[in-house]
Every structure is written in C-alpha cells, then in structure tokens.
Design a binder for this molecule. Structure first.
Ligand SMILES: *Cc1c(COP(=O)(O)O)cnc(C)c1O
Length: 393
C-alpha cells in the first residue's frame, strides 16, 4: 500500500488519538527508515527515544529469533531464568535493587506510586509542573500538565504539583502525609527541560530529612540516552525507586520498577502484578540491548556525539535570532525556539529527516545511540537550510 491509501483508510478503523506525521513507516535499518512510498529518512526520533540501537540491529534480531523459538510467554505464575538474568544485570547497574517487570512507562510509574504508598503508609505524591509520567489515571494526575488530565475527572486523590527547579516550593509542599516525590531528571515531553546539580542534591537531601521517597522517572532518560546508563548518574543521585521503559528492550515493549531492596519489601505477594511483564522474550531482548549498549561503548558515543551535536546547534543559535536555547545531555537534545516548530518538522521530513516537536516550540532530537558524526552533520546542514528559509520569510 502507498502512504496515502493507508492514511486515508485509518479513520475508518482506528480510534483517533494521535496527531500523526503524514507518512507510514514500512521498515528500517540502522538509523535509516523507509516509508511506504519508498522514501528514505534518517531517524533522529528513534520512536520517541526507544530504538537506542537503531532499527534491525543484529543483536536484537538474534535475541528475538532465538528466544521466540524457545518460548515467548509463560506468565508470572512460574519462574523464568531470563527474568533473573535481566534483574541481575540491572542490579549491577543500580546496586542493591529489586526489580518488578512491567510493560510500559505508565505502568512502571503506576506501580512505583503504589509501592511508595504501600511502603510508607502515606498517601501524597508530589510531582513537578510540566512533567510527563504516562496516560493511566494516576499517571496523568501525577503529570504536571492539565491538558492530559482535565477531560478525565474525577482524578485520583493525593497528588500535588510544584515548579521544577524550585526547591522552596518543594519544601513547602511536604507534610506528614507525603509518601514520595516523582521527578524526571530531564523533562522530556515538557520540552527537554533541565535543572542543575544543586537542585537535585537538595531534593535528595530534603527527601531523606523528611522520610519521603525519591522516585526518578527515567523512562525517557534511561539506557544511555543522556550519555550515562541512567541520567541519575550525571548528578550522582541515589533514588529510592527508578522507573524505566522506552529503550529498555531496544524497541520491544517493556517497563520496570527498580526499587532499592528495603523499599521493595513494601510489596507482598498479591500486592501487584501483570500478565505480560517480564516475559522470557522481553527479558532476552532487553539483555541483548543493554549488553550491546555496554559492549559497543554506546554510552561514550552518546556523551561525545551529544556534545558535538550541541556545539554545532549552538553555532546555528548564533546565526538565527528565533533560536532561544539549545540544551540537554548526551543524545537527548532540545532546541527551544521563539516560534512554533511543527512546520520545521514538516520541512525536515520532506528533506528526509525524522525529528520531533514537543511543548509546541522545542525541537526534540533523540537519535539512536549508534549515530555517527556524518549523520549529525547532514541534519545540521538541512536545519541550516530550513532556518535560512524561515529567516527570509
Ligand atoms: C514516555 C514516558 C512515559 C510513559 O511511557 P509509556 O510507555 O508511554 O506508558 C512516562 N514517563 C516519561 C518520562 C516518558 O517519557
């Protein structure tokens, strides 16, 4: 089928929940993808920071093939060796942790909120304005953007929002009934919004002083995206709970709650569960993905090429007055503009680049961690042409 045929027939069968780009993706290889009309793109979006090894990576394909021939699913009614192996691997990355396997970021956060309430016996969860934590009722309530939650009232009780980066607001929001604060290290959907080491260190300290759990939502920042395995390592943070999903299994759906072993004891048999979570297949693919990130030095590539990328984007900022700011860590990069960016995304796509616009005016660049300098150069060149057009309009 051609792009247009697919796009035209969608509304006849699919619930209309997404604002989609007008192409149908057919296949991919490395950092390239092709649409149904055969047009080739360099993928700087990686399916929302998911495909960290790019597309059709041989290690992912091997894991999928080998494990799917053994067994795909067995439920959590039985033990499974792959789950243990993946948990051991995650335990090396975040020592003294215990893992619960889920299927998505929202589900991991939902479970983390349950665990925080169960462990502390308290109910209130503090999150930050402009954050994003998922689409279930509890996680849209934790999400600090009312557009996601307003239409779905009544919302669960026990959630409060404070300004990201404002330590005094957080201090004032804590009371005897505060169970946890949930934070992104870099606000992803919110526009690649960063804060400084001082803020995060203070948050950690305040949590300790008040017996409040610190939950870091690393669903978007995890697995090398920010130049470290986890963004918490940038500031040497030791959260009580880390939630992950997106890139954990190289594109295969999976999420996880990584709790320190003391907090993990809050859950007793029967307290939480899921049918698909931690299937033998998902675990095998996650192991292959994480081991490849480690063995192929992709953390270093993310850090180095992220710097290279930002340096070159900053030269564009000097040239074009509508660029407000370039920020991020590793290969999680935002270009904040004084203008809306959806048109820039369209122009880039026509030139053969997949990029994303979030928070209306922030270009989000989250390419696979296997990206090379030359590919970054090509995007910079194209962005320069697009920006030149805009400036002369
Ligand atoms: C994407 C995202 C989520 C939600 O993950 P899903 O897998 O879509 O449920 C939660 N938190 C953050 C920070 C995210 O980027």
């Amino acid at each position: 089928m051609k792009n247009e045929e697919i796009i035209e027939d969608y509304p006849n069968y699919i619930i209309n929940t997404y604002t989609r780009q007008p192409i149908a993706i057919s296949h991919g290889k490395g950092i390239k993808v092709w649409d149904n009309d055969g047009k080739e793109y360099l993928d700087f979006f990686a399916g929302i920071a998911v495909s960290n090894l790019g597309h059709a990576h041989p290690n992912i394909l091997n894991a999928l093939k080998e494990q799917s021939e053994k067994i795909i699913h067995c439920s959590n009614i039985y033990y499974n060796e792959n789950q243990l192996a993946l948990a051991k691997l995650l335990n090396k990355l975040i020592p003294n942790s215990r893992i619960f396997f889920a299927n998505s970021g929202a589900e991991a956060n939902e479970g983390a909120i349950k665990l925080a309430r169960k462990y502390t016996g308290k109910t209130e969860i503090i999150s930050t304005k402009n954050s994003f934590h998922g689409r279930t009722l509890a996680t849209i309530t934790a999400t600090g953007q009312s557009k996601y939650s307003e239409p779905f009232k009544p919302l669960p009780a026990g959630f409060k929002h404070v300004t990201f980066g404002e330590i005094n607001e957080l201090k004032n929001a804590i009371n005897d009934n505060t169970a946890a604060i949930i934070l992104e290290v870099v606000q992803g959907e919110g526009g690649i919004v960063v804060s400084d080491e001082n803020y995060f260190k203070e948050v950690e300290k305040i949590c300790k002083e008040n017996n409040v759990l610190l939950i870091l939502d690393e669903v978007q920042t995890g697995f090398g995206r920010c130049g470290k395995m986890f963004a918490s390592e940038i500031f040497n943070l030791k959260p009580d709970i880390t939630t992950v999903a997106k890139a954990i299994a190289g594109g295969f759906p999976m999420g996880a709650i990584i709790a320190n072993k003391k907090v993990a004891k809050g859950f007793k048999p029967g307290d939480h569960g899921t049918t698909f979570g931690g299937s033998p297949l998902a675990c095998a693919v996650a192991i292959a993905s994480i081991e490849t990130i480690i063995n192929d030095d992709l953390l270093e590539n993310s850090e180095k090429l992220g710097k290279y990328f930002r340096t070159h984007l900053l030269t564009l900022k000097d040239r074009y007055s509508f660029i407000k700011n370039v920020r991020g860590y590793g290969l999680m990069i935002g270009i904040e503009l004084y203008i809306k960016c959806s048109n820039i995304v369209n122009k880039a796509r026509e030139k053969g680049f997949l990029i994303n616009c979030t928070a209306d005016n922030v270009i989000r660049l989250v390419p696979p961690l296997i990206i090379k300098k030359e590919e970054i150069d090509l995007l910079i060149e194209s962005l320069n042409e697009i920006f030149l057009d805009i400036q002369s309009e």
